[in-house]
Design a protein around this ligand. Structure first.
Ligand SMILES: NC(=O)c1ccc[n+]([C@@H]2O[C@H](COP(=O)([O-])OP(=O)(O)OC[C@H]3O[C@@H](n4cnc5c(N)ncnc54)[C@H](O)[C@@H]3O)[C@@H](O)[C@H]2O)c1
Length: 426
């Protein structure tokens, strides 16, 4: 008979089970179902996926049936009130992976119910919403975290290490590009694409990387873009977006970054997503290409449609381990495991009387805490306001950050009028 102590439990809830669930959450929960989660600081923890909330329930239930034995037989709630019903089940933390304009409502319900929260990027679309979630998390004594998995990409960790260690100094400018296939805008996201833009969806990956890696004071945001493929050429839905953000270093010199995104790249593009960056420093240059970092494979009848020529094996590669086990690993999965470790440490990493101290320590991690997402959310809110004005016939607006008129202020070309998007300091 085993003499091992009974494991702790962290039953999980999941809101939204679409593409990103399949790529990163599913492998994490299947792995946790098989092996649990262990850390010397908190012991052995069971992490069953206990209950889920989705729009129709179809995909969730199909997956549950197909994965019998590989995943906990979770409750499935669908339609109106699904999140509320899910929160009535036995749950310690909840992951939210709904379309980005539906994050806030679900997150608010999760935090109000006193559950730890992990939400997909971008956390929310406005600073007012972010303030509300941050205050709720503090009031309820739980973690509220956001997933920016590219911060855990080994290449980006190396970049940040070189900057942190003073090997690369004083970034001056940079460009990033992240291009998604047409299949994303035309098929995958068809249900919620109207009025949306690829900047909010993917530029945030690099916005967060820039903000977290280089720091500085965010000064201004501008953006433009193109329409006519996903929706009408004069409508509110964007094919591609070019975003520019300006920061000021402590010495008063500026840095400027351009982030170009699209979700209308041809489906026969050789990679899943085109991702490239270049950052220029006072004393160096960093060139990174996340797609072309090593492997090119061609398979008759498969590439480049059902399978891609260049594959990113760092993100969530599904592999057969040398010892025969089939696993899926990479930074996309690791970032979720890391969050669950933070919850486990908070709840089980020492005596109950010390929980407050452990909670504070985990909340102070600025790579994922919602309280540290201010600049990224400010940039998203500014970009969306600029694109909204553009679609309404007023292109070329600029948003300035923390100036004499407010925290986030939109200025219109040729006009002395301005719009305060957020009053308080960003
Ligand atoms: N980290 C990444 O690289 C990455 C990649 C893709 C998507 N995402 C993010 O993940 C989120 C979801 O994207 P996706 O690609 O999985 O989308 P998807 O459209 O494939 O899936 C969305 C899921 O949300 C559910 N849903 C929609 N409205 C709901 C509601 N009101 N209540 C409950 N469930 C609801 C749908 O049923 C579906 O299961 C987005 O925020 C997106 O930005 C992140």
């Amino acid at each position: 008979m085993s003499t091992l102590p009974t494991p702790h439990r962290l039953p999980a809830g999941m809101v939204g089970m679409g593409m990103i669930f399949d790529e990163t959450y599913r492998p994490f929960f299947e792995q946790a179902h098989a092996d649990g989660l262990y850390g010397r600081a908190f012991g052995d923890v069971d992490v069953p996926l206990n209950s889920v909330a989705t729009r129709t329930g179809q995909r969730a239930e199909r997956y549950r049936d197909a994965a019998t034995g590989r995943i906990h037989p979770f409750q499935s709630h669908a339609g109106d009130g699904a999140v509320e019903r899910m929160l009535g089940d036995d749950i310690a933390f909840v992951c939210v992976a709904t379309p980005d304009d539906r994050h806030f409502d679900a997150c608010k319900q999760v935090l109000e119910a006193g559950k730890h929260l992990l939400v997909e990027k971008p956390s929310v679309l406005s600073l007012d919403e972010l303030d509300e979630l941050t205050a709720l998390a503090r009031a309820k004594g739980v973690l509220a975290k956001v997933v920016y998995h590219k911060l855990l990409d080994p290449d980006h960790m190396k970049l940040r290490t070189l900057v942190h260690d003073g090997v690369l100094n004083h970034v001056n400018s940079g460009y990033c590009t992240l291009l998604e296939p047409k299949q994303i805008s035309g098929d995958q996201f068809a249900e919620w694409i109207t009025g949306r833009n690829p900047g909010t969806y993917v530029a945030v990956h690099y916005v967060k990387l820039i903000d977290f890696t280089f720091g500085g004071r965010l000064k201004s945001v501008s953006a433009t873009g193109q329409r006519g493929l996903v929706g009408q050429a004069d409508g509110p839905t964007w094919d591609s977006v070019q975003l520019r953000i300006v920061y000021e270093h402590a010495d008063g010199r500026e840095a400027c970054h351009d982030v170009h995104t699209s979700w209308v790249t041809p489906d026969n593009f050789p990679g899943y997503v085109e991702q490239e960056v270049q950052f220029r420093f006072d004393d160096g240059i960093w060139n990174g290409h996340s797609r072309k970092r090593g492997v090119e494979v061609t398979v008759e009848g498969r590439t480049p449609i059902s399978m891609k020529n260049s594959v990113n094996n760092h993100y969530n590669a599904e592999v057969l381990e040398p010892w025969g086990q089939r696993t899926q690993y990479g930074y996309g999965v690791r970032v979720i495991e890391r969050f669950v470790r933070e919850v486990a440490y908070t709840e089980f990493g020492g005596p109950e009387a010390d929980r407050g101290r452990r909670l504070e320590a985990m909340q102070s991690l600025d790579y994922n805490d919602v309280s540290a997402d201010r600049n990224t959310v400010a940039i998203v809110q500014a970009m969306e306001a600029i694109l909204f004005r553009h679609a309404a016939g007023e292109p070329d607006c600029v948003v300035r950050v923390n100036d004499e008129n407010g925290g986030l202020v939109l200025y219109r070309p040729g006009s002395t009028e301005f719009e305060v998007l957020y009053e308080g300091g960003v």
